[in-house]
Structures are given as C-alpha cells and as structure tokens.
Write a protein that binds this ligand. Structure first.
Ligand SMILES: [Zn+2]
Length: 250
C-alpha cells in the first residue's frame, strides 16, 4: 500500500472513529495508525514511503556483502580479506569519515568494489532534518567521493536504516536508489564470533544482501570464515549493483 493511500484510509477511519466510537476506541484507532507509521519508518523492506531494494528476486545462490559506516578502522583489513578471496563488495561510506582516509576510499574503488552514499554526517538527528538539509548532506558525501575518486554514487543507504517521508522525498529528488538489506548481521551488537557467523549463515537465502560494518573488529575477524562458509553452501558472492542489475554511479 502506498503512503498516500494509507494516509487517506487513516484520516477517513480516524474521523469515523471520532464520530461513532467511544473515546477509548478512538484513542486505540489513532495509536494503531501511529504504530503502523512508526514500523514503516524502521522497516525499509515495507517500501512504504519509497521503494528500497533489500534483496534480489532470484533462485540462484548469490548474495551480496555490504559494509556500512567506513572508511573506518577495519576497512583496510576487510579489503585485504576481500582481495585474498577475490570477493567483491559494496561500501556505504560516511562522507565525513573520508577525510584522512582518502587512500582507503581510492582502494575501495581500485580493488573493484563499489562506493555507496551513507550520508555525509550520519547525524543522530538526521531523520528530524528537512528534506533540503538532508539533500545538502547527501550531496556533500557525493562531493567528497567525487573529489577523490571522480565517482558520483547513486546508491543510498539510509542512516540507522530509518526512512520517513522527508528522506523519501530527498532520495527521489536526488535520484538515488535506496538500498536496504535482507540479512542484518547485528555485528555492532554481537560480541561472539561463532554466534555472529551462525546468525548470518542461518538467514542466508538466494539474492540476499548482508549488512555488515567495516567499523567493527569482529566483522574483519569473521570475514574469511563467512566467505568460506558461504562458498561451501554453494553461494557466489557478487556485487550488489550487479546482483540487483542497477547502476552504481551517475
Ligand atoms: Zn550507519
């Protein structure tokens, strides 16, 4: 259901509830619609405000690795592993992390991976900003990337995995493709390597997009095992843009 149809249905229902139902049922009706909106904001795969690609529709045993929040402390180690295993990936970089890590960004490009936009600031209040302020922030990240690599990223991953009507408008206006994931590793929370690997491997399905972070030591540590276990299960690790058949740069 599109956000517009949902808005119309919710307004009509809430008005009807205000007219016909007792006050407590009216309050429940309002809370129900607010809850739906809340969950639509944190579930990119609902495609409620804007389509977000969270997996490829395929029965082939392919998956894509994606790394958020770099360039960071473990990007270099992750790039080493990817090179050793001849494995491509996508890096959704934070623009402000590029300063001082220019060589890492160039390495990501030179070694055949793609660079996506994960905002410039990754600001805590990003989702509270106006669409115009969000667009400035997104452009700043593209400018940083272009300054070093000459590339203009077209793939955008929403900070914190949250989307709302203003961000949807900004993504649309800037002509980005919104990219989510189907396998959330929780590598920023899980401390045990075996648990992390188990969590990822038990969720793997054809066409899956795996969310990882190159800011995490544990992610760099499990990556060789993750690649080997995926291969043992018959999976080919492919680049997200190729798997989704989309263009990564303007
Ligand atoms: Zn992030």
């Amino acid at each position: 259901m599109s956000a517009r149809i949902f808005n119309i249905i919710s307004i009509v229902t809430v008005c009807a509830a205000a007219y016909w139902l007792p006050w407590y049922l009216f309050v429940l009706t309002v809370l129900f619609f607010i809850s739906v909106l809340f969950f639509a904001c944190i579930n990119l795969s609902w495609n409620f405000f804007i389509p977000t690609l969270c997996k490829a529709n395929t029965n082939d045993r392919v998956v894509a690795l994606t790394f958020d929040d770099g360039p960071a402390l473990y990007t270099s180690a992750i790039l080493d592993t990817l090179k050793e295993y001849n494995t491509p990936a996508a890096f959704f970089c934070i623009g402000r992390n590029i300063t001082g890590n220019e060589q890492l960004l160039q390495r990501i490009k030179d070694e055949g991976h793609i660079i996506g936009n994960h905002s410039y600031s990754h600001h805590f209040w990003f989702d509270m900003w106006s669409a115009a302020k969000m667009m400035d922030d997104m452009q700043q990240m593209n400018d940083e990337t272009a300054r070093i690599t000459g590339l203009q990223p077209l793939l955008f991953r929403p900070p914190y995995g949250v989307i709302n009507p203003k961000l949807a408008a900004a993504i649309k206006e800037k002509k980005y493709t919104s990219i989510g994931w189907s396998i959330r590793s929780f590598d920023t929370k899980i401390k045990d390597k075996e648990k992390l690997l188990f969590r990822i491997m038990t969720q793997v399905k054809p066409g899956g997009i795996i969310l990882l972070h190159d800011s995490m030591e544990i992610t760099a540590a499990i990556l060789p095992d993750l690649i080997q276990q995926l291969r043992r299960k018959g999976y080919t690790i492919t680049r997200a843009d190729k798997m989704l058949n989309i263009t990564a740069y303007a």
